[in-house]
Ligand binder design. Structure first.
Ligand SMILES: Nc1ncnc2c1ncn2[C@@H]1O[C@H](COP(=O)(O)OP(=O)(O)O)[C@@H](O)[C@H]1O
Ligand SMILES: [Mg+2]
Length: 262
């Protein structure tokens, strides 16, 4: 039996997301020199869910995700991850929590002067405590690379990789800490359609294998169609509409329709 909407055999689809909230944002506001970027954005990510946030270029998607991981300080807002409000956490607890959140940056953000292996070892060194002292780093690096089909690139430099391979290595680096939540910022941007499809397929496989919950930021309609359990459309810094891909893509609201025009 096939799930028509997603063209994925039903038996291979992840279990239905639960209602357990694993990450939440309320009333998120952020301005830069008087320019309002986020204007009350809110969201709940449920355990096991793929939540897609779509918004035009420059609409504040990356700012939102950076607020989530503490790279940008919001003006006001409530952010909680796995039941803990991040504002109230001491450094140590925050660091521990961060190791449970994988972040695939827009672009790939690999360290150009490091080999693939060293790029993957980097988060392991930073979060040593997660796996204990006896960790077999080599085995973890190889497993992460195998997950993205690139074990053979372990000793290459980023410049020796294609754009799609770099993105996959970046994904392996995100996976190496076995995050419970993965944040994807434009995972398919700048890639050709076939490579984009491969990345989306990998994202699905990862969710199946590890049961992760994902927040995916994109303006790629195909990506949203294939991967989303639920979507939020971001307009003027706040949620404009929410629903499944099927619901939203049939809307006659001009602002919503605009998102689905190619
Ligand atoms: N660190 C910053 N300082 C000043 N302005 C910023 C900063 N980061 C983002 N912006 C501005 O915020 C707006 C939203 O940016 P961004 O979140 O990157 O958009 P996108 O939705 O394309 O990811 C843009 O106008 C951008 O110029
Ligand atoms: Mg962005």
């Amino acid at each position: 039996m096939m799930d028509e909407e997603k063209n994925i055999p039903v038996k291979n689809r992840p279990k239905a997301p639960t209602k357990e909230v694993i990450m939440e944002i309320k009333d998120l506001y952020k301005s830069f020199s008087g320019h309002k970027v986020l204007n009350g954005f809110h969201m709940k990510l449920h355990k096991g869910e793929n939540l897609v946030v779509m918004g035009k270029s420059g609409s504040g998607k990356s700012v939102m995700i950076k607020c989530l991981v503490g790279l940008i300080q919001p003006d006001t807002g409530y952010i909680s991850v796995m039941g803990k409000e991040i504002k109230n956490l001491d450094r140590e607890t925050l660091d521990e929590l961060r190791s449970d959140i994988g972040f695939l940056f827009q672009g790939s953000a690999l360290y150009d002067s490091m080999t693939v292996r060293e790029n993957l070892e980097f988060p392991l060194r930073r979060h040593k405590e997660k796996f204990g002292k006896q960790t077999d780093t080599q085995a973890l690096v190889v497993e992460a690379l195998e997950n993205v089909g690139l074990a053979h690139t372990i000793d290459l430099m980023p410049e020796e990789l294609s754009g799609g391979m770099k993105r996959r290595v970046a994904l392996a680096r995100t996976l190496i800490l076995r995050p419970k939540i993965i944040l994807y910022d434009e995972p398919t941007s700048g890639l050709d359609p076939i490579t984009s499809k491969e990345i989306i397929e990998l994202m699905r496989n990862i969710q199946l294998k590890y049961g992760t919950s994902s927040l995916i930021i994109t303006h790629d309609v195909d990506c949203a169609r294939v991967i989303s359990d639920r979507m939020i459309l971001l307009v003027d810094g706040i949620n404009y509409a929410e629903g499944s891909y099927a619901q939203l893509s049939q809307s006659k609201d001009p602002k919503i329709e605009a998102f689905f025009k190619k």
